[in-house]
Design a protein around this ligand. Sequence first.
Ligand code: SF4
Length: 459
Amino acid sequence: MCAIFGVWGVENMLAAMLVYNGLRAMQHRGTGYSGMVSFGPDRHVYRKVGRGVVQEVFDTKTLAIDLPCQNVLGHNRYATVEDKEGGSISDNAHPIVGSWHGIPVAIAHNGNLTNVTDLKNALPVDSCVTSIDTELILRRFCLTFTDDPVVAIKQALDGVRGTYSLCLLLPDMMIAVRDPSGNRPLSIGLRDDGSICIASETSAYESVDAEYVRDIAPGEIVIIRDGGMSVDYLSTLSSKRYAYCVFEQIYFSAPGSVVFGESVARFRVRLGEALEKHCPALTGTIVVPVPDSANFIAQGYALNGRSGKLQTAILRNHYIGRSFIEPTPELREDRIRHKFQSIPGLIKGQNIVLIDDSVVRLSTLPHVVSLLRKAGAKEVHCRIAAPLIVGSCHYGIDTPTLDELAANRMGVEDMRKVVEADSIEFLTLDVLRGLNQEGEFCYACMDGKYPPSMEPAEL
Ligand code: SF4
């Protein structure tokens, strides 16, 4: 899970400031690395990347000097174990830069390729300098013989499996592409000065005074030049079988975004209503979300009042980021320990229905329930909005190995005991499926059925 933000045609030379704000608005999609690339009039490559969050990597006082351009491509990368174990500071940061017939090109990617070995074998030995799959697309692009960059990207992506929302920057154009499954979001925004933005999430547009125009369709290629925008389609677009990641709706995306055609916040409220309908907690007096990802789900859960009233009773320290995206167990546990704070005055003597979005490793919930107990809760009933997670994700989410997934290690009753809750219930997959358009979503980490178009070739 990563964030892409590109902007083309900003009137003044402050495109980098817009990308800075756009990336900062999507910090939740990745805190491992941040990077930006732009090209000068002489095709000089400006690239600034680093480890950490946007504010740590870029200095706003020098941004306009470091990247003095009208067109800039930026990226936040979600750190994986791979990032921790090796590589120099900038090795695995996007955008990556290459040379296509002597013309510089930068690429930023959100997703994950599933036939990396085949793609590597098809390239000359030692073609890649990083360990990231995105570079395989870049190298394929740079090796094409055509002088048309749109034909080049089609050729480069022909035979590439997995998921990719991409943005490429060349000196005279920006190209955005979404893979035929549409697994990760990517959209177009427009500013008053006529500049065009490409963003992983629509909520980023507000921070740069842009209007969300539309999503890039699965398999669509959007080409942006000084004269305007045109579209083309991938040659691999054979069927309209989409595989939108349902976890974007449940957890990853910001509530203010529109993802896969629906407001994320509105989806989460619907999800909460469905959870209450199928998993009520009739002795509950207050419904408490695990903040922030379960806030809107809890709102939906409490709507009819049958299982208690909505009450914010746990606070989240906003100076501590998402524990899920920490690459090691030690870092995750440390982050969870310091992430939440209870409000005893609102908890004491209550029967609490604790709402969480999902259980992956079962590392957060025991800690939160113990906070509630210490604060004097009488009963604690956990209700989880995602079905049991039993499979790994091969499409850009660094989910744990099968053994690390709590649902593969123990049954629901054992989870209840570990959590020390009075009850724990999960939404069923059938109910979750019923909330979305049939045949358009990926649920592979819940049902093990990997969409045929992106089935991992290397399992
Ligand atoms: Fe999303 Fe799960 Fe599918 Fe991965 S496997 S794309 S996390 S629904």
